[in-house]
Design a protein around this ligand. Structure first.
Ligand code: NAP
Length: 246
């Protein structure tokens, strides 16, 4: 059987790394994308076989067609795209500059669209593919202090539904995972200096802990696999009950 090929943006750390490791263990050839080539190489060494790296800043939109064409020339197909790369900014709304707002939208949203469009062109030709976007609980309730992040993640969920409808006739599924609070560098930056916020997070998470990146990786593998072939346009929370906690 032909090996599946997956691209994971932001696969060098945190949630993206856990997804890449899971895919690789499941014999999916995994291509991890990030800006820092040293971080990528270290991640690929840890992942072992079935992993290659591409150093690229996804905000360089003009470079995305070349990136995807390069993967297709080498591997002939792309079966799974995980749009995971993302950045956050914790700042009160009145202090966020237009430039900061645009930068977060460019990283977390516009690049996701550009990657998806280029990958989907190849998937359409093969009439098959799974695209997984990483959203956030910031798209589901009013989390103060993260206005551009919240805007970007909410938009990703709308985009997921529209793309799911447009691409379904071509055999492509598009789904979202909305992680709750997962133990990574990003959440450490947001929570470690803010014990009140951390306490609030834990108190409204019925499971009473932060998630492990592996928890998200398991859901991503399910969406990438043939176990989810009748699922598209969905948003799956992986949040220890945070979104329904009182
Ligand atoms: P992380 O450890 O900071 O990882 C972010 C990854 O994105 C890194 O590999 C980073 O690599 C890459 N990246 C950032 N900007 C990039 C760019 N312009 N081009 C290419 N790669 C870029 O964060 P994480 O917590 O795993 O977050 C992963 C995703 O999950 C994000 O979309 C985040 O919004 C989402 N999420 C996280 C949580 C959480 O609690 N942790 C909750 C909900 C949603 P380089 O720095 O080398 O580029």
């Amino acid at each position: 059987m032909e090996k599946k090929i997956a691209i994971i943006t932001g696969g060098s750390s945190g949630i993206g790394f856990a997804i890449a490791k899971k895919f690789s263990e499941q014999n999916i050839h995994t291509i991890i994308v990030g800006r820092d080539s040293k971080k990528l190489e270290d991640a690929a060494t840890q992942i072992g076989s079935n992993c290659e790296t591409i150093a690229c800043d996804v905000t360089n939109l003009k470079g995305i067609p070349e990136l995807i064409n390069g993967v297709i020339s080498k591997h002939r197909h792309i079966d799974v795209l995980v749009n995971n790369a993302g950045i956050n900014l914790k700042k009160s709304a009145l202090e966020v500059t237009d430039q900061e707002f645009q930068q977060i939208l460019l990283t977390n949203l516009t690049s996701v669209f550009a990657m998806t469009r280029e990958v989907a062109k190849n998937m359409v030709a093969r009439k098959s593919g799974s695209i997984i976007n990483i959203s956030s609980m910031a798209a589901h309730y009013g989390l103060p202090g993260v206005v551009p992040y919240s805007a970007s993640k909410t938009a990703i969920e709308g985009m997921t539904r529209t793309l799911a409808v447009e691409l379904s006739p071509s055999g492509i599924r598009v789904n979202c995972i909305a992680p709750g609070f997962i133990a990574t560098n990003m959440s450490a930056t947001a929570l470690n200096g803010d014990p009140e916020r951390k306490q609030k997070v834990l108190s409204r998470t019925p499971m009473g802990r932060l998630g492990d990146p592996q928890d998200v990786a398991n859901a991503a593998y399910f969406l990438a696999s043939d176990e989810s072939t009748f699922m598209t346009g969905t948003v799956i929370p992986v949040d220890g009950g945070n979104s329904i906690g009182f």
